[in-house]
Write a protein that binds this ligand. Sequence first.
Ligand SMILES: *Cc1c(COP(=O)(O)O)cnc(C)c1O
Length: 398
Amino acid sequence: MIGQIVADEARYVMQTYKRAPVEFVRGEGALLFDDEGREYIDFLGGISVASVGHCHPEVVAAIREQAGELLHVSNLFYTGPMVELAKRLSESSLGGKVFFCNSGTEANECAIKIARKAARARGIENPEIISFDGDFHGRSYGSLSATPGLSKNPDFAPMLPGFRSVSFDDASALVAAVNQNTAAILIEPIQGEAGVFPLSDETLLAARRACDESGALLIFDEVQTGVGRTGSLWAYEQGPVRPDVITTAKALGGGAAVGACIGNAETGEILTAGDHGSTFAAGPVAASAALAVLDLVDDPAMLRRIRSLGDDLMSSLSAIDQVAEVRGRGLMIGVRLADGIPSGEVNAALLEKGLVANAPRPDSLRLLPPFVLTDEQADRAAQVIAEVLAGYHPVESK
Ligand SMILES: *Cc1c(COP(=O)(O)O)cnc(C)c1O
């Protein structure tokens, strides 16, 4: 019964999350099942993690097989899946060396260390990293300091020095903020936690140019946008610029904890022995899971399917009277509701009707469905959203 687990969680788990009142016990493809056997369509995917669907048979098989062979030996030795994964990641993106870790936060931590060390090598004593307001880069002190919306919380002061932010997608503010101390521009190509806000091509080009002129690194946090989410393996592939470093995690392990910081020919050489490390990173099980995920996602047919599903979903959502704006790319979708419609309340009603979504800001829903969604599931989900919104006033003169 949901009552007991709620009570035990409240008694024994630090209360850092606001959980919805559901206990999930099983997942299959784009579906989740709760403890009472109720079925849900999952339009959140464990926050962009279950991209190939829950318990994808090939991911499960890879984990099972590897778990029976070798679980862990640390990074003091060679393991096959880890090296193979590095090769896959490098060859599918920037072509340089890869550092492995266990989360998006840690991937950004590595990128911050690369940026600071590269700046130091250029004689910069007080390196600065610039992000956009609304960016989310994680919750360790480095990545938290690069997360403007959370870094101002006085409870956790002081933050690391050397971080600043400028207003979102403001190319001239970004260019004006770059100076001789700039170590890197660290940005999400499409803000995820903020509610799905893509950066304009103009801003991306300005960021690239400012980095080229100053010697700073352009770092893309692709923790949420990467591994197929936007309809290309990496989001940057659809934009006008190539970053110097990308970070990934979330969907990479299909549910197993694995993250990576990927460099190019230069940035992949900056960290050397002793500079950074992790006990668990890219252990055989997590790396095998990630290889199975990449086998499924790094496939033109799959990436095409993500784009067409996303286009169809965005157009059916746009047609709903109470929807004011649909933002995003591929299957990373933000839905702004008509003025005054509270997204949190809508999201709770969606859950009651068997649709798992997310309300990252008071005016918007965020949808991150698995790529294995069927057309029928996509239609049903759009219909549930339309049904719930039908209880509210439509957008005036849409
Ligand atoms: C989720 C997220 C992170 C943090 O990843 P964790 O695995 O939770 O540490 C960092 N950056 C972006 C863009 C994210 O969406």
